[in-house]
Write a protein that binds this ligand. Structure first.
Ligand code: UDP
Length: 236
């Protein structure tokens, strides 16, 4: 067991939702309780939240919205999620700061890497909203970028109901086999859909380890932080 010192947790927007609800208060509460335990370990915790529970830029065409516009809508959705996570953490007594890549100073701090690191050093959980601030990117790429910037030891990629990376979709293929470890080159060559290629190459180029695990089981985030989870580890 090898506990990480500084982690970047990537939460998808869907991780906060349940069918029919953009936010599920029970899920948010349980998540915050688990993150409180992580915080109590003294681990530096930074979080990147997605926005897919509201909108994804790739849905743009089906909605008749221009892609760039839809991407900005997606980035704003991540800010809503960041505030929801902040609020849930505050209710558990965990000190937090939200920093956004698109400035909106009445709502949150602007993203300033030195300040983010300072917050982590002061034992505050930092939640990054608004993605990278640029259209055509994803929050997975944001996670790779922010993890590099804050020099995180690892990206913990919390998945909904899947406990790692498989050679086929385990929901439709009962013979699907889970990988314990992979390289980023394997992901690209095998076309394994863990994250988009921009995010994958960013992690590979910057030598960031990634752990894919199932967050639906309470306690798994804590286990992942402690290096004690049976997910899939992806490295250079
Ligand atoms: N987005 C963007 N630039 C970024 C990050 C996100 O344009 O740097 C937009 C993009 O439209 C994306 C949406 O925000 O689809 C929501 O993010 P994402 O799909 O990554 O959320 P998740 O799937 O993790 O919930």
């Amino acid at each position: 067991m090898n506990m990480y010192k500084r982690v970047l947790l990537k939460l998808s927007g869907e991780a906060l939702s349940s069918p029919g609800n953009s936010f599920d208060p029970q899920i948010l509460k349980s998540l915050a309780q688990e993150l409180k335990e992580v915080h109590e370990l003294g681990v530096d915790l930074a979080i990147v939240v997605g926005g897919g529970n509201f909108i994804r830029g790739k849905m743009a065409e089906t909605m008749g919205i221009e892609r760039v516009q839809a991407d900005y809508m997606g980035m704003l959705a991540t800010v809503i999620n960041a505030l929801a996570v902040q609020s849930a953490l505050e209710q558990e007594g965990v000190p937090t700061r939200v920093q956004t890549a698109i400035e909106m100073q009445k709502v949150a701090e602007p993203f300033i890497v030195r300040r983010a690191i300072r917050h982590l050093e002061k034992n505050r959980v930092v939640i990054f909203g608004a993605g990278t601030g640029n259209p055509y990117f994803s929050t997975d790429t944001t996670a790779a970028l922010r993890a590099s910037e804050i020099k995180a030891d690892v990206i913990l990629m919390a998945k909904n109901g899947v406990d790692g990376v498989y050679n086929a979709d385990p929901k439709t293929n009962p013979d699907a086999v889970k990988y314990d470890s992979l390289t980023y080159m394997d992901l690209i060559q095998e076309g394994l859909a863990v994250m988009d290629t921009t995010a994958t190459s960013m992690c590979m180029d910057n030598d960031i380890d990634l752990v894919v695990f199932n967050m639906n089981e309470h306690g798994n985030i804590l286990k992942a932080v402690k290096g004690d989870i049976t997910g899939t580890v992806i490295s250079k």
